[in-house]
Design a protein around this ligand. Structure first.
Ligand code: 6R9
Length: 653
């Protein structure tokens, strides 16, 4: 399989932005050798109210002083201006967003002009609530147009948005509001999920109450009427979106922002501690998401582009909203799920809107693959010119199925490796210039200089296996952990001095292609969602009957990784099915449904070293049935534990 290389058909290559490997190489070399010249050319394609004084300044080495990353310093711009205002003259009537609702037949096409008007109105609503430049606004919403409107409205007036995925619990929401002291929360009454309306405002209420108990008052909560379900509206705090917006003018001047002013915060999981508030700043993020979008998806005028992600994750931020809109694209925003009303929904939607570029996650592909080809074959997918994948390594079986049944063996697949922290895509094929191998993210994007390090931090040459790190900054890189620069330095720059440490393992083959092998830390990837094992563990031990928990990832056919929790109970408690369901519910409540353990293993004890450290290595082997390669267990305080864990495990699976 690894020998197979796909070379996209010439008919597509003719009009591509980057047509050949030589062109790619030439631009790539320029971007690495003369980054300032390269990024000047790129940034010049955006509107700047004031030009920058210097293209990039940085210190990447902790041993030389504080980590510092700056792009386009001294420049002033506004990302909403670049996403909306500057397109009004030429494409005011063009569709900016296509909203495909949860139910069949429920949709909206929103032009650039219309989007601009609504964004201005909502920006005025925010201002009327006292929101000013630098204030934080939390967003907890389903995939409805008002979500994109809120983001763009915040960015227009310089408020910092912090989107919390609608699937997170009230606890998770309150922790995020508290960490960045959000002044306003924008939410909706409910969410449509399949045939059901699920309440959301109740979670928002609980979260705001929790915040108040901690001494932080959310001053205003704006509620969108999505499902029509009954909600409590607290006097003096809660207001309806539709009532507020009516009264507002469609004129709202933009706030000119310094390139290094913060644009948004997005919380993401790491191997330790609470989720980190990843902070992206205006100028570099704007340039990087716009440019990567255009080249990687080979977007041209009149194309219809669809990324199926939720805007609650970075993929939605960068490649549903900011990247596409800054390029004047037509971007689809999908409210529903891949299997409602049936597993043909994605393909029916591609057919309906004549989608040209389709970007989704391996977990969705695997889930649909399991339903059989008949769901794909019913629809006309001839509009597709390109497929994309993101969120986790794509296994060659899923790649092949996607390639054959969706792309009909004519569409290139861009397997895009990147992270919340990187802001935009880092390693990927350029669809018509770089040939693809199933399972490989292929080569670095312009300006990205990856290295593979050994455990000691020595760069490796040629074909090898190592730890992925990046040398030198790129414009889309996160600038800091909100309010905690020390944590930023510790997590990403302390491990290997002089490099950005990505947390992924990676192999480079003879052709210089990169193959991401997965996380090298205690982060697991469930259906493309990042989760710290420590977070799930702390949710479990916060239950009154739990003494201790160890959580690990195990291979899962659809989700990529599933969550396996070893749990020891307090002496007073006894394992039961009821307690098992209770624990699952408890984790859902603490974090959200995506963190629900697939397997809970009630363990009488956990394998520990004599110093009391849980030996995760052994638990991993047990969960993956590798009993023969447990390694040395003689250092365990009580080696007997292992045998009983294996017995229990066999009964469970
Ligand atoms: C964009 C996004 C980041 C982690 C990353 C890696 C995994 C993402 C991948 C991939 C292999 C790809 N990952 N894309 N692994 N191939 N194409 O997913 O951001 O949620 O922060 O996750 O996801 O492990 O480190 P985020």
């Amino acid at each position: 399989m690894s020998e197979f290389k796909f070379h996209a058909p010439d008919e597509y290559r003719k009009n591509a932005w980057i047509k050949t490997m030589d062109e790619y190489k030439q631009m790539y070399d320029q971007s690495i050798e003369k980054p300032e010249e390269f990024w000047t050319q790129m940034a010049d394609q955006f509107y700047w109210e004031k030009r920058w004084d210097s293209v990039r300044d940085y210190n990447y080495s902790i041993s030389k002083g504080p980590i510092n990353i700056e792009w386009f310093k001294g420049g002033q711009t506004n990302i909403t201006y670049n996403c909306l205002d500057r397109h009004l003259k030429d494409r005011g009537d063009q569709t900016a967003l296509i909203w495909e609702g949860n139910s069949i037949g429920e949709d909206r096409e929103i032009s650039y002009k219309e989007l601009h008007e609504t964004v201005c109105q909502f920006a005025n609503v925010l201002k009327s609530k006292g929101v000013q430049k630098g204030d934080r606004v939390a967003i907890y919403m389903p995939m409805i147009p008002e979500l994109a409107v809120t983001m763009l409205a915040c960015a227009r007036i310089g408020a910092i948005h912090s989107i919390v995925f609608g699937g997170f619990s009230a606890d998770a929401l309150s922790n995020r509001i508290l960490d960045s002291l959000c002044k306003v929360l924008v939410t909706s009454d409910g969410v449509m999920r399949g045939a059901k309306a699920v309440p959301l405002k109740g979670n928002a209420d609980t979260a705001m109450d929790l915040c108040e108990k901690q001494g932080h008052l959310v001053e205003c909560c704006v509620v969108v009427n999505r499902t029509g379900s009954k909600v409590e509206m607290k006097q003096g705090r809660d207001v309806w979106w539709h009532e507020q917006i009516q009264a507002q003018s469609m004129d709202c001047p933009v706030e000119w922002m310094d390139a290094e002013d913060p644009l948004f915060i997005l919380y993401t999981s790491g191997s330790t501690g609470t989720p980190k508030g990843v902070q992206h700043n205006v100028g570099g993020y704007m340039v990087y998401t716009g440019i990567t979008f255009r080249y990687i998806f080979d977007y041209h005028d009149n194309d219809i582009y669809w990324c199926t992600a939720d805007i609650g994750w970075v993929t939605g931020h960068s490649y549903i909203v900011y990247g596409p809109l800054s390029q004047g694209a037509t971007s689809i925003m999908f409210e529903g799920v891949p299997n409602y009303p049936d597993p043909g929904r994605f393909w029916a939607t591609v057919d309906k809107w004549k989608v040209n570029q389709f970007y989704t996650a391996p977990t969705a592909i695997r889930a649909l693959m399991a339903q059989g080809e008949q769901w794909v074959e019913q629809y006309d997918l001839s509009s597709l010119r390109l497929l994309g994948s993101v969120g986790e390594p794509i296994n060659p079986e899923a790649w092949k199925w996607y390639f054959k049944h969706v792309g009909k063996e004519r569409c290139p697949i861009v397997d895009t490796w990147w992270q919340t922290e990187t802001g935009g895509i880092m390693i990927t094929a350029l669809p018509y210039a770089i040939d693809q191998k199933p399972g490989s993210a292929t080569l670095p994007f312009f300006g990205v200089n990856p290295v593979l390090l050994n455990e000691e931090g020595k760069p490796l040459e040629g074909a090898c296996d190592g730890i992925l790190a990046i040398q030198e900054p790129w414009p889309g890189q996160m600038r800091t952990v909100y309010n905690n620069h020390e944590r930023f330095e510790k997590v990403y720059f302390q491990m290997f001095d002089g490099y950005y440490f990505a947390g992924d393992g990676c192999r480079r083959d003879e052709d210089g292609y990169y193959w991401i092998t997965g996380r090298v830390d205690d982060v697991i990837n469930v259906s493309g969602h990042r989760m710290g094992t420590a977070e799930v563990e702390s949710a479990l031990v916060s239950h009154k009957e739990v003494a201790e928990a160890a959580v690990i990832g195990f291979p899962h056919d659809i989700k990529g990784q599933g969550i396996y929790a070893f749990v020891t109970l307090n002496v007073s408690a006894t394992p039961s099915d009821e307690l098992l369901s209770q624990l699952k519910l408890h984790v859902r409540k603490e974090i959200g449904p995506i963190a629900t353990p697939d397997i809970i293993h009630f363990a009488p004890a956990l394998p520990k070293t004599r110093s009391g450290k849980i030996m995760r290595r052994i638990l991993r082997k047990i969960a993956t049935d590798e009993f023969d390669s447990l390694g040395d267990i003689s250092t365990l305080a009580d080696p007997e534990v292992v045998g009983s864990l294996i017995e229990n495990h066999k009964e469970l699976t």
